[in-house]
Design a binder for this molecule. Structure first.
Ligand SMILES: Nc1ncnc2c1ncn2[C@@H]1O[C@H](COP(=O)(O)OP(=O)(O)OP(=O)(O)O)[C@@H](O)[C@H]1O
Length: 263
């Protein structure tokens, strides 16, 4: 399914925080949203999973405005791993993951064998099958993250919207999650702070700065030393990753771009 965002504008508390964003994720494409803190990444994603209503512009799924869908129809197409993650679930891990089947069930209908299979598979995919009976609220931040990803998978969505999915994850689980996205490829829009992770997993990137897209293209086209200095305010060299050949951004962590390095 193709996701298109057309001239999106969002105002929050009277201030326009997203101003005229265009974005395209083709069928099966993994598109990254990167940009400094406060640049508007989460706001754009919230309009896709209908948590926020744009002031102007449209979010289109295969050309249809998502505002014209019922909540149930939208939930069959779009699953989200949002930034606002519930911490007070009184449910077990399995029950949280099973919530992903709700858009497919009639009211009070129980699980059928297909649901059970989908739930078990999703728990296995994120490595949480052994914890299925635990209380969700007893999990660590990274474990919760993986369970919520499993819930998004059980929705069997055409479009996956992920806001910082690797937050809280140790490096092994970051790598596993990004590999899962590629393995179970579907149209995906993902906000990532880790630009090296974005370079390795995303087909294309959109760079947001002050609520506008300032660069779009493949990671190699977009992630340049000039962009690192101009948008992120840091010094960096972009080299080829010695193992994968992907662009590898080697940051100078000693001082920001506009501050002289102290020897
Ligand atoms: N409820 C709100 N009311 C007013 N302003 C808001 C609200 N939510 C977000 N903003 C502002 O909108 C702008 C964009 O925020 P957003 O969370 O989309 O940025 P982001 O790129 O996801 O940032 P981060 O990398 O820090 O997660 C920021 O300036 C933020 O302060």
């Amino acid at each position: 399914m193709r996701l298109e965002i057309e001239d999106l504008r969002v105002a929050l508390s009277g201030r326009e925080v997203v101003s005229g964003v265009h974005l395209l994720a083709g069928d099966g494409e993994i598109v990254g949203l990167v940009g400094p803190n406060g640049s508007g990444k989460s706001t754009v994603l919230r309009t896709v999973y209908r948590h926020l209503r744009p002031t102007a512009g449209k979010v289109l799924l295969d050309g249809d405005d998502i505002r014209d869908l019922t909540a149930r129809q939208a939930a069959r197409h779009v699953a989200a791993l949002p930034q606002e993650r519930g911490t007070d679930f009184e449910l077990s891990v399995r029950e949280v993951v099973a919530m992903g089947r709700t858009p497919y069930k009639r009211a009070f209908a129980g699980e059928d064998p297909e649901d059970r299979e989908i739930i078990t598979t999703a728990l296995e995919q994120v490595g949480m099958a052994a914890d299925a009976g635990r209380g969700f609220s007893t999990l660590s931040g990274g474990e919760r993250q993986r369970v919520l990803l499993a819930r998004a998978f059980t929705q069997r969505p055409d479009v996956l919207v992920l806001d910082e999915p690797t937050n809280h994850l140790d490096v092994r689980h970051q790598v596993e999650l990004l590999a899962l996205l590629r393995e179970h490829r579907r149209t995906t829009v993902v906000a990532l702070h880790d630009l090296n992770a974005a370079a390795s997993v995303c087909d294309r990137l959109h760079v947001l700065h002050d609520g506008a897209v300032v660069a779009s293209g493949t990671p190699r086209e977009v992630l340049t030393s000039e962009l690192m200095a101009g948008v992120f305010g840091v010094r960096a060299a972009v080299v080829d990753h010695p193992l994968t050949g992907d662009p590898l951004i080697a940051f100078d962590h000693r001082a920001p771009a506009d501050v002289p390095v102290v020897a």
